[in-house]
Write a protein that binds this ligand. Structure first.
Ligand code: NAD
Length: 498
């Protein structure tokens, strides 16, 4: 199977897919050991596909293919490299519906959210395409007849390891900058949602990318560790939970490669009494329950400063109206249902008030992995629901008397992905933004994801490494700077030998 991979689904109905193998050197191949895992549709709770599970031998094969393809791709002028990505953009647009349904089937997102996953991926791709006009390099005559310049050179074989929550967008946080700058690439998709990457590989083939420039290796921990250890992989980009981000960062660095590892989050929204009731309540609900709370930028902890009870009442009213299966999808698997339900039960035991309880919720047909929108009030910052990442549709509310008290709670978080302030006062907004311990801040914004060309990345335990993963920082991460000093023109006072 090498041509025109088509995924037939165009509705939420259950549809079986072809097995998902590795894409190595322009061929679909099962792992050397022949192991595989079922892939489940979270909405139905049934397996609809199969993913091959790889180990060190498969990673070694992919590295061999990527190494062989590197000289040809490196020597292809950037203006020709971007033509492949221009064609990829057209193909992603052509197949937008197919990709969106595919993402919905493997991840559970409702179709609008799944389309957004692909569209945001396309936006990241557009940034990569524009780099052809931005990476001309820098040069200066630093003294008579002497010129210094910097050019951004590819590293060689690079790798990306991605999570389950955005099967198309997160790979496209890495691929454009890495490929445009002349690297070859190995992607390790999440074994829970491997089909988005399978389709991407097929579209890159159709776009004319030479075999071996982009490869996929499916699997879990064994494949990731083999990538971190492999001496011929020069850089690793990782997106996932903090526990794994920290481990991949240390292991890759120990093997002498550069790594940038984005981890988990606990995002804080501060709501003060002058916040606009309608804007705040609808925005907080969209942030907390979009993608069933499975976004690293989701609102998970709201700090209610002073009396904001009318806003909390409106949040509960809006959240109660969300229709499972239409406005909000399932969570990724049965293990997630259990983990999220345990957090809710634990918070209740410790004295939190459950204003809205999503435990035991049923989706369409009574099948699949569901938790309904949940709101916990009077959570304490040191309860697990107050400081740990739940990664589900649960909004924890902590009460604070002052903005400074709220900021102290936000600042004490181990994470630092996002923080937002909801207020109509410019002074309060500025005071908070200047003090947040978070890489991505918002004012009256529930999901403060910077759009391209602004780069994406958190602080503290939400990111290990230097710089951000997207935007200009992405180019810097996937390249090394060559500094050149030249003297071609002899100045009048120079001798032949000088
Ligand atoms: P995860 O950490 O479980 O998995 C991420 C990747 O690591 C997957 O490819 C997986 O196969 C691999 N992996 C899992 N366990 C491993 C192990 N022990 N050793 C080596 N590799 C391992 O994350 P997930 O559940 O797929 O995704 C959800 C997490 O990702 C959340 O914590 C979320 O906040 C985070 N996330 C962060 C960002 C960000 O930009 N900071 C973006 C999206 C998701």
């Amino acid at each position: 199977m090498t041509n025109d991979l088509r995924f037939p689904a165009r509705s939420y109905d259950f549809t079986p897919y072809v097995p998902c193998n590795n894409w190595i050197g322009g061929e679909w191949t099962p792992s050397a050991a022949g192991d595989s895992l079922p892939v489940d549709n979270p909405r139905h709770g049934k397996s609809f596909g199969q993913v091959t599970m790889s180990g060190a031998a498969d990673v070694a094969r992919a590295v061999e293919a990527a190494r062989a393809a590197f000289p040809g791709w490196r020597d292809t002028p950037i203006k020709e490299r971007v033509q492949v990505l221009f064609r990829l953009k057209s193909l992603l647009e052509r197949d937008l519906e197919e990709l969106a349904w595919l993402v919905s089937h493997e991840n559970g997102k409702v179709i609008g959210e799944a389309r957004a996953d692909v569209l945001k991926g396309i936006e990241c791709l557009e940034y990569g395409i524009s780099l052809q006009n931005m990476v001309a390099g820098e040069q200066l005559d630093v003294s008579r007849g002497i010129n210094c310049s910097i050019t951004y050179e590819p590293l060689g074989v690079c790798a990306g390891i991605v999570p389950f929550n955005f099967p198309v967008m997160v790979p496209l946080w890495m691929l454009p900058q890495a490929l445009v700058s002349g690297n070859t690439f190995i992607l390790k998709p999440s074994e829970v949602v491997p089909y988005g990457a399978m389709k991407l590989a097929d579209l890159l083939r159709e776009a004319g990318l030479p075999a071996g420039v982009f490869n996929t290796v499916n699997g879990g921990q064994a494949a990731v560790e083999a990538i971190a250890d492999h001496p011929d992989i020069k850089a690793v980009g990782f997106v996932g939970s903090t526990r794994v981000a920290r481990a991949v960062y240390s292991r890759s660095a120990a093997a002498g490669k550069r790594a940038l590892c984005l981890g988990g989050a606990k995002n804080h929204l501060l709501v003060v009494p002058d916040a606009d009731l309608e804007l705040t309540s609808t925005t907080v609900v969209a942030s907390a329950y979009g993608c069933a709370g499975q976004r690293c930028m989701a609102a998970s902890l709201m700090i209610a400063v002073g009396d904001v009870d009318p806003i909390i009442d409106a949040i509960v009213a809006h959240a109660r109206k969300l229709r499972l299966g239409e406005d909000m999808g399932p969570v990724i698997h049965g293990g997630a249902v259990e983990r999220i339900s345990n957090y809710i039960a634990d918070a209740e035991r410790r004295g939190a008030k459950v204003l809205l309880d999503g435990r035991g919720a049923k989706g369409p047909g009574g099948v699949g992995h569901w938790v309904g929108p949940t709101i916990l009030d009077h959570v304490k910052p040191d309860m697990p629901a107050g400081c740990e990442e739940i990664f589900g549709p649960v909004l924890s509310i902590v009460r604070a008397r002052t903005v400074d008290e709220a900021l102290a709670i936000e600042n004490a978080s181990a994470y630092g992905n996002a923080a937002s302030i909801f207020t109509q006062s410019g002074a309060v907004a500025r005071y908070c933004v200047e003090r947040f311990e978070a890489g991505m801040c918002g004012v009256n914004i529930g999901v403060p994801v910077p759009r391209e060309p602004f780069s994406f990345g958190g602080w503290n335990q939400s990111l290990f490494g230097a710089g951000d993963l997207t935007g200009w920082d992405g180019l810097r991460f996937w390249t090394r700077a060559r500094k050149l000093t030249t003297r071609w023109q002899l100045s009048k006072d120079a001798t032949w030998m000088s």
